[in-house]
Design a protein around this ligand. Structure first.
Ligand code: GDP
Length: 297
């Protein structure tokens, strides 16, 4: 994960650690190299600009240059700024359970982003927290997606709500919520349809489901390996639908880290979970501080 970025940033740090005394020029040069490393990692240019000016301002401060360990302070400044662009406050990333169950979570995103797999992973996460979960197959266009969710449900021993007779995603979502109430479920996870590209019909369907069931969370599932494409699609989904957070999948295959480092800043919405493999337990809650340490680690 993020191997390239890790290597490049550590090369910058090694260089400044090697200086007998840090001068303003050394710092300016290091900042320039951090900027290049981020751009090469496919981080959104606006995010890079903001990041770099914050680091530069802090690093050129009196305390750094006068300090006995300016290299350490420089590394800490970069670390703290990465935490900041990843979301800073950890409590933001928590899923707030509705005091009146069930908590309704809608998963949205493009086809292939890992939505259905993530629905299973999220079900397992809540199951581990002793919650009774209902998975809802709300993709009326791809029967295979319903089958896939049913297989996951069996594997996890989680109830799956599906209705192959109805061809209206809003009705299915409503029926599922009604069923969840009657069965006293704690959490309902709705796996919505995805397309290869954003299209108006899909967006309208999602807006109608949202207006009808009033979800507690609308989580955008983003394939980290698609870099800035994932970020741009997340931005559009947020503008049109109003998402409450992001789940980044396939981080295990992402050497660059561009999506991870940009998506929070570009959408203004927190990353809540990350997927780190195909297996159901390859899933973690997202902590900006831990992720920053991994990137620099
Ligand atoms: P959907 O079309 O959005 O529902 O996507 P799927 O859930 O069917 O996932 C598409 C592919 O991505 C499948 O082969 C999954 O196994 C794979 N996948 C999903 N999440 C992850 C992840 O975190 N890491 C890796 N390596 N593969 C993943």
């Amino acid at each position: 994960m993020f191997a390239t970025l890790n290597e490049k940033l550590n090369a910058v740090f090694r260089k400044i650690k090697g200086q007998a005394r840090l001068t303003e020029d050394n710092i300016r040069d290091a900042v320039k190299q951090v900027r290049l490393a981020l751009l090469e990692a496919d981080v959104n240019y606006k995010v890079v600009k903001k990041f770099v000016s914050a680091v530069q301002e802090k690093a050129l401060g009196e305390e750094v240059l006068k300090s006995l360990t300016p290299d350490q302070i420089f590394i800490k400044i970069v670390h703290d700024e990465i935490v900041e662009i990843l979301g800073g406050d950890e409590s933001e990333a928590k899923i707030k359970l509705n005091p009146i169950p069930p908590t309704k979570i809608m998963l949205v995103g493009l086809q292939g982003s890992g939505k259905t797999t993530t629905a299973g992973k999220l079900a397992r996460f809540f199951q581990k927290n002793k919650k009774d979960v209902l998975l809802v197959a709300d993709d009326i266009y791809r029967p295979a997606a319903i089958d896939q969710l049913e297989v996951l449900g069996k594997q996890l021993k989680v109830d799956v709500f599906a209705d192959r007779e109805k061809n209206d995603a809003v009705t299915i979502a409503n029926d599922a919520v009604k069923y969840a109430k009657s069965a006293a479920k704690d959490v309902v996870i709705i796996d919505t349809a995805g397309r290869l590209h954003i299209d108006e019909n899909l967006m309208n369907e999602l807006i109608n489901i949202k207006n009808s069931i009033q979800p507690d969370e609308i989580l955008f599932v983003a394939d980290a390996m698609t870099g800035q494409d994932a970020v741009n699609v997340a931005k559009t989904f947020n503008e049109m639908l109003g998402i409450t957070g992001v789940i980044l999948t396939k981080l295990d295959g992402d050497a660059r880290g561009g999506a991870a480092l940009s998506i929070r800043e570009v959408t203004g919405k927190p990353i809540k979970f990350v997927g780190t493999g195909e297996k159901l337990d390859a899933f973690e809650q997202f902590y900006p501080d831990r992720m920053a340490s991994r990137i620099l680690g």
